[in-house]
Design a protein around this ligand. Sequence first.
Ligand SMILES: Cc1ncc(C[n+]2csc(CCOP(=O)(O)OP(=O)(O)O)c2C)c(N)n1
Length: 592
Amino acid sequence: MKNKFLEHINSPTDLRKLTRQQLAELAQELRNFIIDVVSVKKGHLGASLGVVDLTIALHYVFDTPNDQLVWDVGHQAYPHKIITGRKDIFHTNRQLDGISGFPKRNESEYDTFGVGHASTSISAALGMAIASHLKGEFNKHHIAVIGDASIAAGMAFEGLNHAGVTNANLLIILNDNTMGIDPSVGALKNYLTNIKIDKRVRKHNIIEALNFDYSGPIDGHDINALITELNRLKNLKGPKFLHIITKKGKGLRQAENDQITYHAPGKFDRITGDLIKSSDLELAPKYQDVFGETLVELAQKNKKIIGITPAMPTGSSMKLMIEKFPERAFDVGIAEQHAVTLAAGMTTQGMIPFCAIYSTFLQRAYDQVIHDVALQNLPVIFCIDRAGLVGEDGATHHGVFDMAYLRMIPNMIIFAPMNEIELRNILYTAQLGLDHPIAIRYPRGRGSNLNWKLDFKKIEIGKSLKESDGSKIAVLSIGVIGEKIKKIVNKFDKGIISHYNMRFVKPLDKKALDEILSKFDKIVTVEDGVLQGGFGSAIIEYACDNNYKFKKIERLGIPDRFIEHGTINEQFQQVGIDEETIEKTLNRLLVN
Ligand SMILES: Cc1ncc(C[n+]2csc(CCOP(=O)(O)OP(=O)(O)O)c2C)c(N)n1
């Protein structure tokens, strides 16, 4: 079916030629277009469907790209991308060399600020607004669109607090759909619900108290109402706040009814909305489920165990613990800093908190890890999910820095399991009681062992495992990439390659290292983290500091650049840690 309007929209200028009546039809076409593409190419769905009408109204009323529009998180920016000149390449979304799934400054002049992590939009738009003011550009508008989950984060509050005492030309639009990826949580969520149903609350409006011109709540699917209100706000100076109500997944029945699944549903039938299940679903478990299920098992016996997740109960499988022990498990919202210090507080009272945070999002709580946890040597158990390369989400979401950024912190124990069984055993070991905080890092996706629910075994802290014995080269691996090394080693003759699954980045297994560095003059380290300051660096430091006369330590891992979106395998190939390249590297070293 041909699109009557969308076909002719190559930029917001085309959009501005339409009547309001036609805009409503365009919205329908835009929704269908997103559903068509995402149903086969995958990606984020619900959030984008929810802001189709808002996106059209914003580009209709404001003079983008001159006026600056900042999307928070950015997973809802598909309609924005499509009507700002990227309709014809939208099918390349999240693919290698295709467009990014998030706004990106080097992709379009309409993408004013790169995003991916939540709650940055208010600060960024305020920065732009203050700069415009200083430059004398008083008529330029700066708009931040932020969701009800993201606005509850500390950083968003910091931005609001500052904006309220400026005369910046800033409009904050709260896109309130009561959902993050999972249902939004916290007292602010309750307040926002009350404001919708109880007019009295509006009198004591906290946004107004912060010196904003507050309006709303209005229906965020009523394009007409949106345009009227945006036009009114356009003529007001200073910080303004518009509260709109939308439905996540709007326009696709299943996406509206099952908003968690349809946040990023994978492939689905574009007409019925039904999910298309891939046939390999019954293979080995996801690492997140090994974590979630094991935690519940341990918590049944150990009453001191507590679970904490900042806004990722489904993604981290902490929801299993929340379902089973609601009084001992907490979704604290998009609040990584709070999650870490909350866990630290709990340990002071003898509890055993498992704090599950994606590697990329733990970056936001770096000072809390150092100052609140490690400095006081509090035994928080960090379960760091999505460690390593993550594929289609790309540069904003890779978990490649954690080994480097945690390694230099005194007191930290850093463990990376090679498989599900090691993950399970380290979770068991950690709750027995450790003298230090521990970071356990594991990747996105599935492991390789169907039979992982074995009896628990305690893991000795700082002890590596020798997987194979050889005399020519020593390969030292950390984490799940060790399974790849095992396969590669099997392709070589027996007795050539020694493979050590090092398991601990910190403390290093010095006994094993002394043996390796005395015996081998060719050593290869392999990691799925950054080379700068990472695991391989730790090995080189040890060798230098202890005066070993080594010939060659070759490090394989992520080079000093950001890795863009693509499949995980494409990313492995790009950085040279795919099976084929590692094998070639070992062959080259054997010859030279
Ligand atoms: C710092 C950080 N923590 C967690 C996430 C994971 N995350 C992505 S989207 C999202 C929910 C956002 O919800 P909301 O702000 O309400 O926006 P909506 O999806 O409703 O548009 C979360 C928690 C993130 N992107 N950044």
